[in-house]
Design a protein around this ligand. Structure first.
Ligand code: 5RP
Length: 223
């Protein structure tokens, strides 16, 4: 099976977690796009969605799914999103699609985080994937030096040759060379650095369930 087919598989499997008449939290990325496309088939049985990015909002609306603002909803039963890496405890690296800040906000508003991923994302220790960190641009150079002190190398993410601008008007640093053995402590530490908007380690907002796409089918991991 190709990676794309595995993404389709888990995108469909995630429908099981969507409750009738509910508002569902929707993440961002190519795997979530498969989920959104599958969700369209049951759009008349849900109230709508809360979205974590402009891209997902546009896709949901194009399929006729109502998108609520986060401020219109107190709590979501479930948040469905992908990951760049997920470890054996459900801790994740996210932000490959630059949507990490809104993803963490919607995840924090949800009772259950269901991660959908192909098996290439399942790792023993976080850190092979370059860690995305959304930063206020005036702090980017100093934050890069702080990562250097931890042994990492931070690079400003570019799009079309210029720094990518997130949905929140900020920049992304991608940090290589880190081995994140203690995700909770790492997330706590980096979140306190002035100018860090969001670090792409999702330890406090970890996954409760992971639907992992494998050639043998979908494996359900509960954490
Ligand atoms: C976007 C994310 C995505 O969930 C993550 O990058 C995985 O994306 P994909 O499903 O395309 O592999 O965190 O900010």
């Amino acid at each position: 099976m190709t990676q794309d087919e595995l993404k389709t598989l888990v995108g469909h499997a995630a429908l099981y977690y969507v409750e009738a008449d509910s508002i569902v939290g929707v993440g961002t990325g190519s795997t979530v796009n498969k989920f959104i496309d599958a969700l369209a088939a049951m759009k008349d049985r849900i109230a709508g969605a809360v979205s974590s990015s402009v891209a997902s909002t546009e896709r949901l609306q194009a399929l006729g799914i109502r998108v609520f603002d986060t401020t219109e909803v107190d709590e979501l039963a479930v948040y469905i999103d992908g990951a760049d890496e997920i470890d054996h405890a459900g801790y994740m690296i996210k932000g490959g699609g630059a949507a990490l800040t809104r993803e963490k906000i919607v995840a924090a508003q949800s009772r259950q985080f269901v991660c959908i991923a192909d098996e290439s994302k399942y790792v023993a220790t976080l850190g092979c994937f370059p860690l995305p960190v959304e930063v206020i641009p005036m702090a980017a150079r100093r934050i890069a030096r702080q990562f250097a002190a931890l042994g990492g190398t931070a690079t400003v993410r570019l799009k079309d040759g210029v720094p990518l601008v997130t949905d929140n008007g900020q920049q992304i640093l991608d940090v290589t060379g880190l081995k994140i053995s203690h995700p909770l402590a790492f997330e706590s530490q980096v979140s306190q650095w002035p100018g860090v908007v969001t670090v792409g380690v999702f330890a406090f907002q970890k996954a409760n369930v992971c639907l992992l796409g494998t050639p043998d089918g979908v494996k359900t991991l509960a954490f």
